[in-house]
Design a protein around this ligand. Structure first.
Ligand code: T4K
Length: 414
């Protein structure tokens, strides 16, 4: 197998130990890593297997429109998600649009602002108004309570998000949606392969949507999927994803082109084969971060609950007041060491155009968290040894927080 974790630190290379403030690259020291260590590295699996599959598509000259590899990928995704139906798409943004239309959403839809802009953009692009709700101050996930506070007489649905792949409060949200008589859709872009109390992400609400973007735990280069137990909804989504045509090729209604290609499915099947290895590596990294950052003042790791089986593709910390330095300063310190982080998700979507304006709701928990969160490198190219070195830099930065916030810290170019 060639899809084991390939850490940035080659075996045998001695660990750099930064001890003093002046060792930090942001103040002129040598960068901890010679090559960038990144958030979001793709899990491509066994490249030979991918090339073999891609070649098969070329030989059979079946490149798109529901080819055999797309069908196999859908079957495997449905199996992992424990649902009856999966419609693979060219990305998750279009999948969200398709399922929103297929489920009859219109007017106002409640969703968290603590998410990637794709969640609101997908809906607002098709004329639906995102109404943002706040989130739990600790987990960053929406709750039935925060949704309830944002409902309007025009609310036609709820779009929940499993933020960073940790399942949100689905049973409470399902109950709320049922009581209001509106559909619950779930943006599960981060949560492929995740389960809570044995219930896999995928079968909640009317439908859930996965992303298989390059940065996700399973990738199809670009890709997504709608998963559901509702056969009629799945058939509507499938038709809409192919110009409104049913399986006989007759146009039955509105549609667009959101199909997944065979090349994408070839990647997806190969990446899926690596899923368990990828998650095992991510879990080892997550546990190392948890151990190495434990007790560090003001650095709070976003934890997975004991009853969850995560995919651990996002390791996120909140840089709180006790750290003595803010998130952006820490990100700059890390960037100078060649540690590339991402402020997922900052600012909250309610602060972004076109949503920011006179009617922007006050979402204090979202605003606070958005100013604190930082996604740290993990994934197939990052090993526990790299994580230990990253954590050593974080510890040093926190230990010298006062000096770092008074001295000029220069952001590295690029
Ligand atoms: N809903 C939610 C909650 C989402 O988070 C997303 C997407 C969606 C819906 C929509 O899904 P899709 O329509 O995309 O299927 C990335 C992704 O582009 C985006 O898919 C993802 N969420 C979001 C959280 O992250 P950026 O702008 O942060 O990506 P970028 O280019 O800055 O790359 C991030 C890191 O990944 C860097 O360290 C570089 C590394 N990378 C990236 C790519 C593309 C690689 O190593 N290789 C690569 O090929 O948005």
């Amino acid at each position: 197998m060639t899809f084991c974790h390939v850490p940035a630190t080659p075996i045998g290379v001695p660990e750099t130990v930064k001890r003093d403030l002046i060792d930090l690259a942001v103040l002129g020291g040598r960068p901890e890593f010679t090559e960038p260590v990144l958030v979001g590295r793709p899990s491509v699996g066994d490249r030979a297997r991918f090339l073999e599959r891609a070649d098969r598509a070329l030989v059979r000259r079946r490149l798109s429109n529901g080819g055999p590899m797309v069908r196999e990928f859908e079957h495997r995704v449905a199996g992992r998600a424990g649902v009856r139906h999966c419609v693979a798409t060219c990305n998750a943004t279009l999948a969200l649009q398709l399922v929103a239309r297929a489920a009859g959403l219109r007017d106002d839809v409640v969703m968290p602002a603590m998410t990637f802009p794709a969640t609101p953009h997908a809906l607002s692009w098709i004329g639906i108004r995102p109404v943002f709700c706040d989130v739990d101050p600790v987990t960053g996930n929406l709750t039935a309570g925060t949704v309830r506070a944002a409902l309007t007489p025009r609310t036609s649905g709820i779009v929940a998000v499993h933020l960073w792949g940790r399942p949100c409060a689905v049973p409470e949200l399902e109950e709320l949606a049922a009581r209001r008589g509106i559909p619950l859709l779930v943006d599960a872009a981060h949560a492929f392969g995740v389960s809570r109390r044995g219930r896999p992400v995928g079968g909640s609400g009317a439908a859930e949507v996965f992303s298989f973007h390059a940065t996700k735990v399973v990738t199809t280069f670009e890709g997504g999927a709608v998963v559901t137990d509702d056969g009629e909804l799945a058939a509507r989504v499938r038709a809409m994803a192919s110009f409104g045509m049913d399986s006989s090729g007759q146009v039955r209604g509105p549609g667009i082109n959101a199909k997944m290609s065979e090349a994408a499915a070839a990647m997806g099947l190969t990446s899926l084969e690596a899923f368990d290895v990828t998650v095992a590596g991510n879990l080892a990294n997550y546990r190392t971060y948890a151990r190495e950052l434990a007790g560090l003042p003001g650095i709070r790791l976003m934890r997975h609950d004991e009853d969850e089986r995560g995919n651990f593709q996002y390791v996120v910390i909140a840089v709180e007041g006790g750290a003595g330095l803010d998130r952006d300063t820490l990100a700059t310190v890390l960037a100078a060491e060649n540690v590339v982080t991402r402020a997922y998700f900052s600012p909250g979507c309610h602060r972004l155009p076109p949503y920011d304006g006179p009617g922007t709701p006050s979402l204090p928990h979202t605003d606070r968290l958005a100013g604190q969160v930082l996604a740290l490198p993990t994934g197939p190219d990052v090993g526990v040894h790299d994580v230990r070195r990253i954590c050593a830099v974080i510890r040093l930065a926190v230990a010298h927080a006062a000096a770092l916030t008074t001295r000029p810290v220069v952001a590295p170019a690029g």
